[in-house]
Design a protein around this ligand. Structure first.
Ligand code: ATP
Length: 224
């Protein structure tokens, strides 16, 4: 199967880091920005880098943007340009469009005009940091929907040596342990069983309702 081809429009901190990461992973990336200086900065890293205004549909057509499997729109502050760009990409038939939204309202508009995925990097990172601050054992927190999330919980001292049946997270908090991995990410148990025992540096990947996860976080932040 041919490797997917990506285009990234907007080379601010977010867009350029997406473009660089994809390039490092070996994918073809077209990077676009209206600011020539930023285009030059990434030109040695990505496959192609061009200076263009993404709100100019002729320019987008000329770049063959519809031939890319995924286009990431990483224009933040100029909401009008972000929306117009998304509309143009949609009209040109780009199969999958991911757009960075500045706020909830921006996200709603993007969803109405057919963006396939909307990301809120600042909001999501803020949420993760807050959860980590409230409970340092929470290493990561990913929202799946308004009501459900995944939390990565570093095993507390009290958990070590106990198995999942003894911890009884499902009955106590209504959450499910989806996986157990070690903190370095080298070992991953993706179908943990009741008799699997927690060892030091294990990280429990737990899915649940936000309200249930909040109870669980509170419980384990108190080191019980
Ligand atoms: P960051 O990712 O750094 O937080 P941001 O959310 O503040 O970025 P902006 O700096 O507003 O986003 O936009 C990101 C980039 O998008 C800028 O480099 C800007 O030049 C580029 N950009 C804005 N409008 C257009 C456009 N119409 N066509 C191409 N690039 C554009």
């Amino acid at each position: 199967m041919a490797k997917k081809q990506y285009a990234v429009i907007g080379l601010g901190r977010f867009g350029s880091s997406v473009a660089q990461a994809l390039s490092k992973l070996g994918f073809e990336v077209l990077a676009i920005d209206s600011n020539e200086h930023l285009v030059q900065e990434v030109s040695g890293i990505v496959t192609h880098a061009v200076t263009a205004d993404s709100t100019d549909d002729d320019a987008m057509r000329a770049l063959g943007i519809r031939n890319f499997d995924v286009v990431v729109v990483a224009i933040g502050q100029d909401i009008q340009a972000s929306i117009l760009t998304t509309l143009i990409l949609k009209d040109l038939g780009v199969p999958y469009i991911i757009v960075k939204a500045q706020n909830e309202l921006h996200g709603k508009v993007l969803s109405k005009i057919g963006a396939d995925k909307i990301v809120f990097p600042e909001r999501d990172m803020g949420l993760r940091v807050a959860h980590h601050l409230i409970s340092p054992n929470i290493l990561d927190f990913i929202e799946l929907s308004d009501d459900y999330s995944i939390a990565e919980l570093l095993a507390t001292e009290g958990m070590i040596g106990k198995n999942l049946k003894q911890l009884d997270i499902r009955a106590k908090f209504g959450c499910n342990v989806m996986a157990i991995k070690d903190a370095n990410g080298e070992r991953m148990n993706i179908s943990p069983k009741a008799e699997d025992t927690i060892t030091p540096n294990d990280v429990l990947v737990i899915v649940g309702k936000n309200s249930d996860l909040a109870q669980l976080e509170l419980h384990y932040s108190e080191g019980r």
